[in-house]
Design a protein. Structure first.
Length: 462
């Protein structure tokens, strides 16, 4: 199959599984916000997000290596899976030694067992699903995405509405769904046949760890950018504002969902393309469409921030919309930065990924420290945007060392200006804001739709 058609086909399959399932999750927002108070939602969100920080520490980031190495043609794939499985179990056992220390942290008090349950089964699910994707089980991967999300929704309803478990129920639903999904994947595809200690190859195991270890601090820095603002808001203001800000962060993730759908397919295609000249052309063609999609979706989410918030939350959380315009800009540049991260993945330059995100993390914390006391939670949103913008700019320059992507700089600049103006119009809320917002949205459409349609036409002709 032509590489463009394969990319388009895989993207469509992942879209069916991922976007439809994530859409169901967003429909739960009114349910969450009607049952949990702003403070409870803030605590539950902090626990869940902190678990995602602890997972790479407990697993030494080995899941980052799975799809990258399992896609290699001349490699023992069973050895890759076994290495990942054994590493996760050993890392989890070591992490358990720190349970008393973890229990001393106020937000984890009483939830330590849930945290460890979450870490283990989310890690294993990520391992199995990534491995299957690398073997080409894209349809099963998509089906699992839908099934797992439906399970999460049902378990949330059961734990929150029926058993009235509050924060514990909110946290428990995800790892329970991961556990059931993992059992399904393992026995449906007989993955257990790939897990044998004799399959482990020392050379491959060392290469996987060498690749994954630098990505541990990378994940920590990513967590700092995404979550540190909520901790700082909690301690500088209170958990209620943190809860509202957490809801505001959920809406821009619609853009991240779309980006991750494409990213799942793009990872496979970018690794498989080995000819340098063909890779440069491939990256350039795809990046042009990617920019159009990112800015278009970001602009739409900004214009409809009030409507979306009204539809998905209760009145207690309505003020969350005020943080969304700037967070949408931040997420747009996060997507562009993630796209360029695929260059480092292809070249196995995990250290470059780390140094780039380290700059963003340090910048984010410093800006949070100065902006939150002055502008409140809006300061945190500004800090997040600046961090991702700088990270993208640095990557855009540095990745040319490996792949010379031909960027349309006029298009990038104009799109950025349009999104900034949309933010200004939305936040000023003058009497003509709808008119101005519509005009800027029309400009975004004119700027991007034609290039997007031309690109899709080329893909479909191949």
């Amino acid at each position: 199959m032509d590489k463009y058609k394969k990319l388009l086909s895989n993207t469509f399959i992942f879209a069916v599984g991922t976007f439809s399932s994530k859409l169901l999750t967003f429909l739960l927002m009114p349910f969450y916000t009607s049952i949990l108070s702003t403070g409870e939602y803030g605590v539950g969100d902090l626990i869940s997000q902190t678990v995602y920080l602890l997972i790479p520490l407990a697993t030494v980031g080995i899941n980052n290596s799975i799809i990258r190495f399992a896609l290699e043609k001349n490699i023992n794939k069973s050895g890759v899976l076994t290495t990942g499985f054994v590493t996760i179990l050993i890392g989890f056992a070591v992490m358990c030694c720190f349970a008393p220390l973890l229990n001393q942290i106020s937000i984890f008090t009483g939830y330590t067992f849930l945290v460890y349950f979450f870490i283990l089964f989310s890690s294993l699910h990520s391992l199995f699903s990534s491995f299957l994707r690398s073997l080409g089980y894209v349809k099963l991967y998509a089906f699992d995405g839908i099934a797992r999300t439906l399970l999460t929704i049902l378990l949330n309803i059961l734990f929150l509405a029926v058993f009235k478990m509050g924060v514990a129920g909110y946290v428990l639903a995800t790892p329970m769904a991961d556990l059931i999904s993992s059992v399904f994947l393992v026995f449906t595809t007989k993955l257990y046949r790939h897990i044998r200690l004799r399959f482990i190859q020392k050379k491959t195991a060392i290469a996987m760890l060498k690749y994954s270890l630098p990505l541990i601090p990378t994940t920590i820095c990513s967590w700092i950018i995404n979550i540190s603002d909520r901790y700082m808001i909690t301690y500088m203001i209170d958990t209620s504002v943190s809860g509202i800000y957490a809801v505001a962060n959920k809406i821009p993730t619609i853009l991240l969902v779309i980006a991750n759908i494409f990213g799942d397919a793009w990872q496979m295609s970018s690794v498989e393309e080995r000819d340098p000249r063909a890779r440069e052309k491939f990256f350039s063609n795809v990046s042009n469409m990617y920019v159009s999609i990112a800015f278009l979706v970001g602009s739409f989410l900004t214009v409809f921030a009030k409507v979306i918030t009204t539809m998905l939350t209760t009145p207690e959380f309505y003020s969350a919309w005020t943080y969304m315009p700037i967070l949408n800009m931040a997420t747009t540049f996060a997507c562009l930065s993630n796209f360029l991260g695929s260059v480092y993945m292809v070249e196995k330059r995990s250290l470059s990924t780390f140094f780039n995100i380290l700059v963003g993390a340090v910048l984010n914390v410093v800006l949070n420290f100065f902006l939150i006391p002055v502008y409140g939670a809006q300061g945190a949103a500004i800090a997040t945007f600046v961090s991702y913008f700088v990270m993208f700019f640095i990557k855009m320059i540095h990745t040319r060392k490996y792949v010379k992507i031909k960027w349309n700089f006029l298009k990038l600049f104009t799109n950025t200006v349009i999104m900034v103006m949309l933010c200004v119009v939305m936040l000023m809320e003058n009497e003509h804001w709808i008119l101005f917002a519509s005009l800027f949205l029309l400009c975004a459409l004119l700027m991007n739709v034609s290039d997007l349609l031309v690109g899709l036409k080329k893909l479909l002709k191949r």
